[in-house]
Design a protein around this ligand. Sequence first.
Ligand SMILES: NC(=O)C1=CN([C@@H]2O[C@H](COP(=O)(O)OP(=O)(O)OC[C@H]3O[C@@H](n4cnc5c(N)ncnc54)[C@H](O)[C@@H]3O)[C@@H](O)[C@H]2O)C=CC1
Ligand SMILES: O=C(CO)COP(=O)(O)O
Length: 331
Amino acid sequence: MNILVVGGGAWGTAISYILASNHHKILIWSKNEKVVESINRSSTNQVYFPLINLPSNIEATLTVSSLDSIDVVFIVIPSVAVRNTVEHLQKIGIRKDIKIVICSKGIEINSLKLMSEIVAEILPNDYAVLSGPNFANEVMQEKMTVSLCASTYPEMNTFVSKLMMRNHFLVLPNNQLIRIQVASAIKNIIAIACGIIEGADLGNNLKAAVLSCGHAEINQFIKLRGYKESKNSETESIDLCGIGDLMLTCCTPLSRNMRYGYEIGRYGVVKVANKIGLVEGVNTVKSLKSARISLPIIDAVHSIVSNRPLNTQGLYNLLYNSILKHCKEYA
Ligand SMILES: NC(=O)C1=CN([C@@H]2O[C@H](COP(=O)(O)OP(=O)(O)OC[C@H]3O[C@@H](n4cnc5c(N)ncnc54)[C@H](O)[C@@H]3O)[C@@H](O)[C@H]2O)C=CC1
Ligand SMILES: O=C(CO)COP(=O)(O)O
């Protein structure tokens, strides 16, 4: 297959690495000249993974003006950029038979739309969402990884599994398209909270309480939005996004969201924002507040990221009160 991967960052490169290892022909579309130049010159991504050789069937481009030879498009960019990018695909005449796989984790500001809802609004193409507890750098080291693929199009889950399945990269079918996207977006907010607790040394007990209440707020958000989804009999016991990704992102400093929170907890401000890179949780918490969604832990994180700097006592009070509020309203 000829595959366009939109985004040459950490996750776009890891997705390309998997697909190219399965002998698909990959074109990465990146706006970063150094990324494009290094992939085409030396089969390495010098910005994100300078020490790892990429398969030679990965090429890169700075611009895409035609999709004539493309069979599948993977969208692997920050969630704030998804709408413009999909509109660009529409503008350059994406054929209806090109399949789309969405890998970005976020919720659109103001509209509160999920990434699949943005794609469905603009394009008539079949699409799926790929998501799970998947750090790009572990995928690049061929460490065992399990991901979920969800779609309302009957053939898409099998299609994506076949494209990506490798010994160390498993893709499980899932029919909870809404839930996996909401969980994957909100876990980033909870990871910021857990990073704050770690950085301010507020204790593992508080972290576990915030993580549990945060998990409940994923379900409460789904209810508040009025989403209805059938129970997933295929993978009911494998909650890779609601539990797996929440645990992964909240408990390891490999997570950029967690590191961002850690800096706030430790120093009151984020000292090295440019070194951390993309922090989707900040965009997502702003999106929820822009639509007046109010859930206690989410509110506390919003207040912290928009009212810095705070001292340790101030952070503690906000998180402590959010737990009390959560218990009063939902326990
Ligand atoms: N890094 C990871 O381990 C994982 C990331 N994700 C998700 O994938 C998405 C992308 O994340 P990363 O690749 O890690 O981010 P990144 O920051 O490493 O790379 C983002 C890429 O998007 C490009 N980009 C930035 N703004 C753009 C715009 N306005 N229009 C078009 N392209 C733009 C950048 O040039 C870069 O190529 C995020 O939603 C993230 O939550 C999902 C699973 C794992
Ligand atoms: O989504 C991720 C892992 O599943 C990546 O998390 P961060 O964006 O916090 O690094």
